[in-house]
Design a protein around this ligand. Structure first.
Ligand code: FAD
Length: 388
């Protein structure tokens, strides 16, 4: 029905075109055959619309995620943690790398410790490859740290430092990113709207070819991160520089980009449903020491404890990077994301609310999970100031 309406409208528009010779191609845009883009719906960025604030810690490792196996406590133990700010984005590819190590154990039934982005996706990848999986965890969605993520396709966000990004490392990262990307394309268009493509606007006070002050790249003490994203340029449309008057924001410089995003609450619900429907089990269990792994029934154990691995294994290579997100009441008509360059400010309209994230000056190395409401209030006020 809708298709017929569209075709009908198209035929009518073409019927009104002035006659031209076969040699000439009419400029359909100039002739007004296509409607101009819809004006953007203004964001209702007001503090009284904040309905929720969450803090979670990115499990950052300078050397990148730990995907390794060892024989310990009589078990085939696979470690799979430390995905920084890219856990959701890299999850499928990373889980496929871990699967090779899991399968080397030769067991058909495995235990996964952890039910965040990495544990759940690892469990799904194992199930899809014929393994029976039981998840053991302290928290499950929506209580896990992963639930508080922004929900952007950000495979290069705080994933390692420049020093460790050798060409072999980068090839492996690229493989993970492309493998995940491919799977996410198969999750588009579902009733749950777990994964979507959206337009977004990158805003800046200074021209894009001018470097930001060091402090505007992130907070204090942030290390140097490698510039990886250009390797994936073919995976999304090119961004478009907008002239003044071509966007409604109160900044001098703007670009439009197109980006994949995740509605985290429905996406993790989808993963949980798929896991349980495929015969998966979830057991509440808190591990104080890894020797407790020895008493589990399964002989292959996959450790997906994220930031929890720091305390559980005494692994100080995991550095906390604090992140606080606020949600404004949902605004279904707002269908674009915003990134305010140099202000470390992000806005992503999700089905469960408009997510506002502002990186703090002292978030790197900061394991404080207490909510700082004033920080989110300031972020919402900064967003409000962008709308004329
Ligand atoms: C503010 C913010 C925004 C982010 N935005 C994005 C984004 O837009 N895109 C993106 O790709 N990534 C993003 N990230 C990063 C992403 O959220 C993380 O990389 C990801 O959540 C890590 O998942 P995980 O499964 O390793 O850890 P977690 O979600 O922390 O899961 C760990 C699991 O292990 C369990 N566990 C831990 N210790 C124990 C124990 N001792 N005993 C039993 N169980 C235990 C926990 O209960 C939990 O089930 C963001 C992070 C933050 C902080």
């Amino acid at each position: 029905m809708q298709r017929r309406l569209f075709l009908g409208a198209g035929t009518a528009a073409l019927a009104n075109l002035p006659k031209c010779s076969h040699a000439q191609t009419p400029d359909l845009t100039a002739l007004g055959a296509f409607a101009p883009p819809r004006p953007l719906a203004p964001l209702r960025a007001s503090v009284d619309r904040i309905m929720d604030i969450n803090v979670c810690l990115r499990p950052f490792r300078a050397q990148g995620p730990r995907i390794e196996s060892e024989q310990r406590y009589g078990k085939h133990l696979v470690h799979h943690y430390g995905h920084g700010g890219s856990g959701w984005s890299l999850s499928w590819g990373s889980a496929r790398l871990a699967l090779t190590l899991i399968q080397a154990g030769g067991h058909k039934q495995i235990a996964v410790i952890g039910c965040g982005a990495i544990g759940l996706t690892t469990a799904r990848v194992a199930q899809l490859n014929g393994l029976k999986v039981r998840i053991y965890c302290k928290q499950q969605p929506p209580e896990v740290a992963s639930a508080a993520a922004t929900g952007m396709w950000s495979p290069d966000s705080r994933i390692c430092t420049t020093e460790y990004a050798t060409s072999a490392w980068t090839r492996r990262w690229e493989w993970m990113a492309r493998s995940s990307f491919k799977t996410y394309q198969s999750l588009l268009g579902l009733a749950e709207q777990a994964v979507e493509w959206r337009d977004g606007y990158l805003l800046s006070d200074i021209p894009f070819d001018q470097d930001l002050a060091a402090s505007a790249h992130g907070g204090h003490d942030e290390p140097d991160y490698p510039d990886l994203i250009a390797q994936l340029d073919d995976l999304r449309p090119k961004s478009v520089l907008l002239r003044p008057g071509e966007h409604p924001f109160r900044v001098d410089h703007a670009k439009r980009f197109t980006q994949m995003s995740f509605n985290i609450s429905s996406y993790q619900r989808l993963l949980m449903d798929d896991f349980l429907r495929a015969g998966g089990e979830i057991v509440h269990e808190v591990f104080e020491h890894p020797r407790q792994f020895g008493s589990l029934r399964e002989r292959t154990i996959v450790n997906c404890t994220g930031y929890g691995a720091r305390a559980l294994l005494g692994d100080n290579s995991i550095i906390p990077v604090r992140g606080q997100t606020a949600r404004l009441l949902p605004q279904i008509e707002v269908d674009y994301a915003l990134i305010y360059r140099g202000h470390n400010l992000f806005m992503l309209p999700r089905r469960d609310g408009v997510l506002v994230q502002a990186q703090g000056e002292r978030d790197f190395g900061n394991g404080d999970t207490r909510i700082d409401r004033a920080h989110s209030v300031a972020a919402v006020e900064r967003l409000a100031a962008l709308f004329k």
